[in-house]
Design a protein around this ligand. Structure first.
Ligand code: B1H
Length: 804
């Protein structure tokens, strides 16, 4: 498509859609026009891709995830369609700035944090690698809450993201399926002597899919992300007369549960889990039947991935369909289920381990519960023959202490179980899932997370991208490993200056946004120090805050001393029910208020807590970061992915040896990252010996004492109860996440960073080395490893007749 063709089509579409000319149209109308034009253009690719998969009878992977966090899609779709430049230039000719249009789009925020964003990076990469893979999830009417600060407190507002329409989705009424809940079930022999379930009093709901094209990068492949929405089936209309009754049904897909790394037991959540699992599997099996292949070969055509335990009901639901609808024997059904299913674990935090009370499962999903019981019974029977130590059965069986353990179900029913970074996968084998590892060693493997580098570099950081193009050519855009070529320029002052200039431009951009949204003035000359992630005690935003308070106190005690200016930037949402996380938010906000307005500070220290951290905000913050804070307690952060995005954008990392930080260190070398804190081994040693004493750090370290007293002596105003709560969490309840233990080494690492930053040339070189080595974290490489090792799917080739 040439620029002229685009302009003609755009004007034509605008006139057809709105009977308007460019001059009269609002940004929303222009946005919708462009979106609709794009949609028409990639729909034929979508159709073509689908036909190819069908004709080739290609094995396809289905990524089941209760969260997807794509953010905005327009710019990324334009890039992947190879339309970006043409459209930008064409619009410019019409006097329109593309940026004003993309601004109109609401973030699609159907996820909480890393886990949901990972799913969306994978969708981009799967399509970009030409792999036959699709998403399956829930079309929440309301996404993750919008965060506001009122008097420093987090307040949550609904995210009514669909209010302005969604140009990317297509409702597919013809693909709707029924999903059944509640009622009673018993088994009866049919004419052939086979046991068949007979149901009474079931609640039947309609699952309607909305499909969104997942566009591959310049390869004409368009995969599908299918999100399900609940409706009342026509046949059931008469049962729900009042608005209230209807509303209780519609509530099923109304809101995303806003918990991150924390399992929350509620009937609606369990119903959500079954709803998208059942709908997804039914639609997969329906498609499979169009291939006219025998059902016992379904694993040769279908791979189902269980993203964390939320979709673990895939296992009994798939069994149900194989048994009850396809007429397989238990043994046959179990054999294919195992081959189809694979599972990713994303956390070792105990509170995130999903368990459901038996009564709840039995009531909501009586048939599924029967099947889980039988899986459990057979697991126990089979394991008894394998082990000497019977206690292992108690620790690994699915049903125990009146609860159903979803991780156990996922592991027992999958042929592959992976962690998301090397350390995490090791800990699964050696500690958290050790019993399972001893039973099924071959199932365990690692797949270190990755990121969609197209979004996080090409789109989010155009100043840097253009420096890269000029320095090493453009091949890095297709093959991020080519960023390595930048290493040839680590002593080239011209290149280093160009990189610094790009960073400067991004910092000015962020400074402008900070001014506009928070009315805080920050200088781009300062070090921009960034911690962006969900607010959680184990991620230790508190450690960061304590260091800031120390800096503030140093300045106050010695107002004329030299202090290199720093801007501490936070972005974080707390789960609405997570009181301690909200307490930390309040403390950071009040400290910000104090520090930012203290004339003694003379602007050397600034604290900015940006409201409503989301994908779009990340796209502005990350390119502007100098320092990347990855300071979780070793062993707790399964991987982290913002660490990779920040590194890719030239930020220098300060990190504990946790999650993928370890792999970042291995990629850049010890000298180009700032490691501090105790190791995962030391953490486990403390657990073992029970010798950690937080109060002893308080008593012997005057700096720690001074900092902690600021929380309770009125130094930081307006945090009477919150300051006390924080103080108590450390001193009275012995500091669960070893914040005081790591404080001193953290401060030292921060001091080293300041010294290094002062040496501009040295800093720029380290930054360059980080960018150059970030290619290994491309999600393209990650999904290829999933495709080869787990899903056994192959990239599409034109009408290859692999299976005759
Ligand atoms: C991660 C979650 C999570 N791990 C439960 N676990 C949830 C657990 O709604 N829930 O119940 C929601 C989310 N999220 C994150 O996954 C890890 O903490 C990160 O370290 C990791 O990078 C990310 C992607 O693997």
């Amino acid at each position: 498509m040439t620029k002229e063709q685009f302009i003609t089509q755009f004007k034509k579409r605008l006139s057809e859609k709105y009977a308007m000319g460019v001059e009269d149209a609002s940004p929303t109308e222009l946005y919708n026009t462009l979106g609709s034009l794009m949609h028409s253009a990639y729909s034929s690719d979508r159709h073509h891709t689908w036909r190819q998969y069908l004709l080739n009878k290609q094995k396809q992977a289905y990524y089941f995830s209760i969260e997807f966090l794509p953010g905005k899609l327009m710019a990324s779709n334009l890039l992947n369609m190879d339309w970006l430049e043409t459209v930008e230039e064409g619009l410019a000719e019409l006097g329109i700035d593309l940026a004003d249009l993309t601004e109109v789009e609401q973030d699609m925020a159907l996820g909480n944090g890393g886990l949901g964003r990972l799913a969306s990076c994978f969708m981009d990469s799967i399509a970009s690698c030409g792999l036959p893979g699709n998403g399956n999830g829930i079309r929440y009417e309301y996404g993750l809450f919008k965060q506001k600060f009122i008097d420093g407190h987090q307040v949550e507002l609904p995210d009514d993201w669909l209010s302005t329409g969604n140009v990317w989705e297509v409702r597919k009424d013809s693909k709707a399926v029924d999903v059944c809940f509640y009622g009673q079930v018993h088994l009866e022999e049919d004419a052939n002597g086979k046991l068949k379930p007979v149901y009474k009093n079931q609640q039947v709901l309609r699952a309607v899919p909305y499909d969104t094209g997942m566009i591959g990068y310049k390869n004409n492949i368009v995969n599908n992300m299918r999100l399900w929405s609940v409706e009342i089936p026509n046949s059931e209309e008469s049962k729900y007369r009042s608005l209230e009754e209807r509303r209780t049904i519609e509530d099923l897909t109304a809101v995303l549960y806003p918990d991150d790394s924390n399992a929350k037991g509620q009937m609606t959540r369990l119903a959500q889990e079954y709803f998208f699992v059942s709908a997804g599997i039914q639609s997969i099996v329906r498609y499979y039947h169009t291939l006219k292949e025998p059902i016992h070969r379904i694993h040769e055509y279908v791979a189902i991935h269980i993203n964390d335990t939320h979709p673990a009901l895939c296992i009994p639901e798939f069994m149900r369909i194989m048994l009850d609808e396809e007429g397989m024997s238990w043994e046959e059904a179990w054999a294919v289920t195992l081959k189809v299913m694979s599972y990713t674990n994303h956390t070792i935090m105990a509170e995130a381990m999903e368990k459901w009370p038996i009564d709840m499962l039995k009531q909501l999903l009586p048939r599924i519960y029967q099947i889980i019981e039988e899986i459990d019974r057979r697991f126990v029977e089979e394991t008894e023959l394998k082990v000497h130590d019977r206690s292992i059965i108690d620790r690994t069986r699915i049903i125990n202490h009146n609860q159903v353990h979803m991780a156990h179900l996922a592991i027992i029913g999958s042929h592959s179980i992976n962690g998301v970074a090397k350390l995490h996968s090791e800990l699964l084998k050696t500690v958290v899932l050790h019993d399972f590892y001893s039973l099924y060693p071959a199932r365990f493997n690692n797949k270190t997370n990755g990121i969609a580098e197209r979004r996080w570099l090409q789109l989010a950081n155009r100043p840097l991208s253009s420096v890269l193009d000029k320095t090493i050519g453009t091949s890095w855009r297709d093959n991020p490993e080519d960023l390595q070529q930048l290493l040839n320029y680590q002593d080239d002052q011209k290149v280093l200056n160009a990189l610094a200039a790009a960073k400067r431009q991004n910092k000015e951009n962020l400074a402008a946004l900070i001014k506009k949204t928070q009315d805080i003035t920050v200088s781009p000359d300062a070090i921009f120090d960034v911690q962006i992630k969900r607010l959680h005690a184990y991620k230790r935003q508190l450690l960061n805050l304590m260091h800031i308070i120390k800096c503030y106190q140093d300045i106050k005690n010695n107002p004329d001393s030299e202090f290199y200016p720093r801007v501490f930037i936070f972005g974080a949402k707390a789960a609405p029910s997570y009181a301690y996380a909200k307490t930390i938010i309040k403390c950071i906000n009040e400290t910000a208020n104090l520090v930012n307005n203290d004339p003694d500070v003379k602007d050397r220290l600034k604290i900015v807590f940006l409201e409503n951290y989301n994908v779009s905000l990340a796209e502005v913050i990350i390119p502007a970061a100098d320092v990347s804070e990855q300071i979780s307690l070793a062993s707790k952060e399964a991987s982290g992915t913002s660490n990779m995005k920040l590194m890719l954008n030239g930020a220098v990392t300060i990190a504990t040896l946790d999650g993928a930080n370890i792999e970042i260190r291995d990629a850049v070398g010890e000298e180009n990252i700032n490691i501090f804190g105790i190791t995962e081994q030391e953490v486990y040693d403390y657990y073992e010996s029970n010798t950690y004493s937080a109060v002893s750090y308080f008593e012997k370290d005057p700096v720690i004492r001074r900092v902690l007293e600021a929380f309770i002596d009125g130094t930081i105003p307006n945090i009477q109860s919150e300051g006390r709560e924080v103080f108590d969490s450390l001193i009275r309840y012995n500091d669960e996440f070893f914040v005081l233990r790591d404080f001193e080494s953290y401060v030292k690492a921060q001091e080293k960073i300041t010294e290094c930053y002062k040496d501009k040339r040295k800093w720029q070189k380290i930054s360059l080395i980080n960018i150059a080595n970030a290619g290994v974290f491309s999600a393209d490489e990650t999904v290829k490893r999933y495709a080869d090792d787990i899903w056994q799917i192959e990239p599409v080739t034109e009408y290859s007749s692999k299976k005759g």
